[in-house]
Design a protein around this ligand. Structure first.
Ligand SMILES: O=C(O)C(=O)C[C@@H](O)[C@H](O)CO
Ligand SMILES: [Mg+2]
Length: 382
């Protein structure tokens, strides 16, 4: 079998889908994208296409190594997201060719269902209580929200009290009937991270995510020493070679690689295994589309330490299209009591409505995150 064609579709809300076709009619879907840099990743996929055309899609490991090592320069958000989407599509092709879901090719399932969580509140956490109430009606009991709005490097007691107050309201309203992670989203700098973690301690969040920016990873062990709150990170780390330092230095209790940013299924299964050796939990990052989510689920179903899976239904980024709008087998993604069953169709198990994708790609506005500024005019982390 040989790869004959790669087609990319940038579609609302901010996703990019990749179709890889072969000379035997089998095709696979992937989701290579960096939110806000879809066109850049698209160019990276195009550059890799020249190598891929004519290759045997079954040789996923060799193609992965050639794409990663062959261009001399390696790693980073753009190249690893391009490789990720191509890798996902190759696994889709292999599963379809052999007539089995991808998790069967990775040794079979370690669990019967996977625990999911949903976002509540938007970029600026608001209406969190009503958001939780609505989602609890469909059995969701685990949530994530932004912890702050713009947050200065050295911020005020009032800013801390506002952030903590929102969390106190949640515990007040729901007690321990629900669980929630708090995403600092890299908005909190090292001087304030310990202050905020300490102030949140009494409300026992399930985790605090990106307590500082990934480029400040050396703070993780020091912050972990100062709090009992499990710290989570990983959405802005792109390979085993970045995660290994985090495992060695400690401090992170939950790693959150994104299967559309960190090299795909091939790389994220390896990161998950490394994490298990350090007794670190896995909670794959996935604020993206259906192919990304399907790829995550296959990693989840073969990873003992997978504890939670993010999905983007109702997320504040999904303007213009919702998670399953381009999916024909919507029923396979149904959540029951906050869990999802394994996708059992061959390959990734997502049946893409290509006509709908083509239509949507005809007029896809570029998405970019807002540029936030502090009161003094300096750039604020979004
Ligand atoms: O889902 C998360 O945990 C996020 O932090 C969302 C962020 O990754 C945006 O997708 C960036 O555009
Ligand atoms: Mg996050």
């Amino acid at each position: 079998m040989k790869i004959t064609k790669l087609t990319t579709y940038r579609v609302p809300p901010r996703w990019m889908l990749l179709k890889i076709e072969t000379d035997e009619g089998v095709f696979g879907w992937g989701e290579p994208v960096i939110e806000g840099r879809a066109r850049t990743v698209e160019t990276a996929v195009r550059e890799m296409e020249q190598f891929l055309i004519g290759q045997d899609p079954a040789r996923i490991n060799d193609l992965w190594q050639a794409m990663y090592r062959g261009g001399f320069y390696r790693g980073g958000a753009i190249l690893m997201s391009a490789i990720a989407g191509i890798d996902q599509a190759l696994w889709d092709i292999k599963g379809k060719t052999l007539g089995v879901p991808v998790y069967e090719l990775l040794g079979g399932r370690v669990r019967d269902k996977m625990k999911m969580y949903s976002w509540v509140g938007g970029d600026r956490p608001s209406d969190v209580i009503s958001g939780i109430r609505k989602l609890r009606e469909i059995g969701i009991d685990t949530f994530k929200m932004n912890g702050t709005e713009e947050f200065r490097m050295l911020d005020s007691a009032r800013a801390v009290d506002e952030a903590v107050g929102r969390i106190a309201e949640i515990r007040e309203a729901f007690g321990n009937e629900i669980e929630f992670g708090i995403d600092f989203h890299g908005r909190v700098a090292a001087p304030m991270a310990k202050v905020l973690l300490r102030a949140l301690e009494p409300y026992r969040p399930l985790f605090v995510e990106e307590p500082v920016l990934a480029e400040q990873a050396e703070y993780y062990p020091r912050l972990a020493e100062s709090t009992s709150i499990p710290l989570a990170a990983g959405e802005r780390m792109y390979s085993r070679f970045e995660f290994k330092r985090v495992f060695e230095q400690g401090g992170i209790a939950i790693v959150q690689p994104d299967v559309s940013h960190a090299g795909g299924i091939t790389e994220c299964v390896k990161i998950a295994a490394m994490a298990e050796a350090y007794d670190v939990a896995l909670a794959l990052h996935c604020p993206l589309g259906p192919v990304a989510l399907a790829a995550c689920l296959h990693v989840d179903f073969v990873s003992h330490n997978a504890v939670l899976q993010e999905q983007s239904m109702g997320i504040h980024y999904n303007k213009g299209a919702e998670l399953l709008d381009y999916v024909k087998n919507k029923e396979d993604f149904r959540m029951d009591g906050g869990y999802i069953a394994a996708l059992t169709k061959p390959g990734l198990g997502v049946v893409i409505d290509e006509e709908r994708v083509i239509e949507a790609s005809r007029n896809c506005p570029d998405w970019s995150n807002p540029l936030w500024r502090h009161e003094d005019g300096s750039v604020a982390e979004w």
